[in-house]
Design a binder for this molecule. Structure first.
Ligand code: NAD
Length: 418
């Protein structure tokens, strides 16, 4: 399964390389991570015993800037999986045109079995083990599955101790007190909102377009709130227990209160729908914001929306993608629609490097500008090449990385002969 992810990432790169007719040596560079480290991580258990688990950090590409990508704590983590995720991060940062490359890290551990003190010992030990390969100008980790603010605060502190100087820019996703950015917690939703509004305008959808959101967590609930405030009608939302539907539009804040009180959106007044039923509701815009693989070919056949915006990572299977494309439904791919988080991570890194603190309004302004620019580039690339948005996104990302690789190789060759 994990090997598949790396293979999938390479197949994606290869397809884009074919479209771009890239030289063999550039393909070879894109196939191989620039730097990859496997480490042993000893940490102290609460029983006084020392335990050792494996960990990884991979910088796939730094051609466009320091590697950037999350840190995953999960029992299934392997070096192959981390390499695949790092490769996909290179494409993601390039599609948004951030001055960053792609990286990823992970530790093979079940964090749910660890106490707070064990987690801190593990995170600090992992940071010491990879300290020689990360750094504000080299490779900048962030949170991912099962890691968050407190892990990033520990990593920044431990790295600063190792190098003997305060270095908040070494990781992003920190708490505000430790140098985190305002707007990070709602960044994914805010970035997706910008992409949806701009795409809807482009496609001529009404300003009160009907929206269905699958998943009512950090990304989905914040996005539903934002789109409702923009004047769109959120006609359906769901969580793991099912969905609620109101063709006249739901009061999203009231749904959030219901979920907080009763544990599920299904307790809210309205027609209760099954998770599958939600995907086929009559609407203009469908936002999968729950799990990967949530929309398969069968579900894709039922989709009524004209626009699908992938707030989640990998919510449409490859087969579903073909069905949606054949049915003329536009899909703004995850690589852009879910990129608000990494974009504000980039802003956090920039603020830390320059000792700045941007206001929430400034973060929001820059995020909107960045996402609109990236979306415009994507639509143009898709139209020029006659490709669906997802393929065009990979082509655009790989093209930007290849250009940076080519320019740097040329500079090095010139230096050798002059
Ligand atoms: P979350 O855990 O806060 O929320 C997930 C939601 O999905 C929950 O409401 C859960 O009940 C719901 N859900 C689970 N199974 C479901 C099902 N079968 N049908 C309908 N709903 C279901 O997670 P999140 O942070 O909102 O992330 C959601 C997706 O967005 C993930 O794919 C994640 O990788 C992606 N994403 C999140 C961020 C971020 O910053 N939060 C950034 C980039 C991508």
């Amino acid at each position: 399964m994990t090997i598949d992810l790396h293979r999938l990432a390479l197949a994606t790169i290869d397809a884009a390389a074919d479209e771009l007719d890239l030289d063999g040596w550039v393909r070879a560079l894109l196939h191989q991570p620039e730097r990859s480290i496997a480490v042993q991580i000893p940490y102290l258990g609460d029983d006084g015993e020392i335990r050792v688990v494996p960990g990884y950090r991979v910088a796939h590409s730094t051609a466009r800037g320091p590697a950037k990508g999350g840190t995953r704590f999960h029992p299934g983590v392997t070096g192959e999986e981390v390499a695949g995720l790092a490769t996909l991060m290179s494409v993601k940062t390039a599609v948004v045109d951030l001055p960053l490359g792609g990286g990823k890290g992970g530790v093979t551990v079940d964090p749910k079995q660890l106490s707070e003190t064990e987690l801190e010992s593990l995170t600090r030990s992992y940071t010491r083990a990879i300290a020689g390969t990360i750094g504000p100008h080299i490779d900048v980790p962030a949170p991912d599955v099962n890691t968050g603010q407190r892990h990033m605060d520990w990593m920044a502190d431990e790295y600063s101790r190792v190098v003997g100087a305060p270095s908040p820019a070494v990781v992003t996703g920190k708490s505000i007190a430790a140098g985190g950015s305002l707007g990070r917690d709602t960044a994914t939703a805010a970035g997706c909102r910008t992409v949806i509004l701009a795409s809807a305008r482009r496609m001529g959808l009404p300003s009160d377009a009907r929206v269905v959101v699958q998943g009512f967590g950090n990304a989905g609930a914040n996005l539903a709130r934002m789109l409702a405030a923009d004047g769109m009608r959120v006609v359906g939302v769901s969580d793991s227990r099912g969905g609620v539907h109101d063709p006249a539009g739901l009061d999203v804040n009231a749904v959030a209160r219901t979920k907080a009180e009763h544990g599920s959106v299904t307790a809210h007044p309205g027609e209760v729908v099954t998770p599958e039923g939600l995907l086929g509701l009559d609407c203009d815009i469908l936002v999968p914001a729950a799990l990967e693989g949530a929309i398969d070919a069968e579900a894709a056949e039922t989709v009524q929306a004209r626009l699908v915006a992938e707030a989640a990572n990998g919510p449409c299977t490859a087969e579903a993608d073909v069905v949606l494309s054949d049915r003329g439904i536009a899909v703004v791919p995850d690589v852009l629609a879910s990129a608000g988080g990494v974009t504000v991570s980039c802003f956090e890194w920039q603020q830390n490097l320059h000792g700045e603190r941007w206001s929430a309004a400034e973060v929001s302004r820059q995020l909107e500008q960045r996402m609109c620019g990236a979306l415009e580039d994507l639509w143009q690339a898709a139209e020029q090449r006659g490709l669906p948005l997802r393929t065009a996104a990979t082509v655009l990302g790989v093209q930007r990385i290849a250009e940076a690789v080519g320019a740097r190789a040329h500079a090095r060759t010139s230096a050798l002969v002059s």
